[in-house]
Design a protein around this ligand. Structure first.
Ligand SMILES: [Zn+2]
Ligand SMILES: [Zn+2]
Length: 203
């Protein structure tokens, strides 16, 4: 039997035919380790594992842990929440090399503390902090982040261009409202001046 493998299989199976991804690891000595198992289809022993391999299920993926490309593939094709769970397990259980891959810079992340999950994407802390917008809290990539005046942008110094545009629009609306009110109360500027041209359209 193959050793030093991470196995992803369809476990679960509570009522009807629901299933969910489960994981186990067979170490270099051939010892079985249950990483995550659930439901009727849980694999919790080496005997179960052998049965699974015999059954040759189409929804079973085997990753060779001595092959970095296999680990990369696992990271790229698995939901980040699961990658996080498996990485956490390897972090907690000995010295087995395992890592997640950052979507932006493709670096290997070997600790859960250094990884950030956003929706279905996984980033290293460095990429997320340089390419994430603190205002809308989404990752946009560092080329989309612009430096702004904190006084005009809710105390943020760096935000994404969409947020900047949105705030700029808000401020324009506000100053137009102020001007309209001023015109209404004082007659200056004139209601029919170019500055208040937009009002004519509304009327
Ligand atoms: Zn990165
Ligand atoms: Zn933003």
């Amino acid at each position: 039997m193959r050793t030093n493998i991470l196995v992803q299989y369809q476990g679960g199976g509570y009522d009807g035919c629901y299933w969910e991804w489960n994981y186990f690891y067979i170490d270099k000595q051939g010892t079985f380790h249950d990483i995550q198992s659930s439901g009727r289809k849980a694999v919790t022993s080496i005997e179960n594992a052998k049965e699974l391999f015999w059954a040759n299920c189409s929804g079973t993926y085997i990753y060779d842990m001595s092959n970095k490309d296999d680990i990369k593939t696992f990271s790229k094709e698995t939901h980040p929440v699961h990658v996080f769970g498996v990485l956490q397990w390897f972090n907690d259980n000995g010295n087995i090399e395992f890592f997640a891959v950052c979507l932006a810079c493709e670096c290997g992340i070997d600790s859960c503390d250094d990884m950030v999950i956003e929706d279905k994407d996984l980033f290293c802390v460095e990429c997320y902090s340089s390419g994430g917008c603190p205002c809308c809290e989404s990752y946009v990539g560092d080329t989309e982040i612009v430096e702004v005046n904190p006084d005009e942008h809710y105390d943020f110094s760096y935000i994404c261009s969409d947020c900047k545009e949105y705030h700029d629009g808000e401020r324009e609306d506000e100053s137009f409202e102020d001007l309209r009110w001023q015109s209404f109360c004082t007659g200056t500027p004139d209601m029919f001046s170019d500055e208040l041209r937009a009002l004519w359209v509304i009327v």
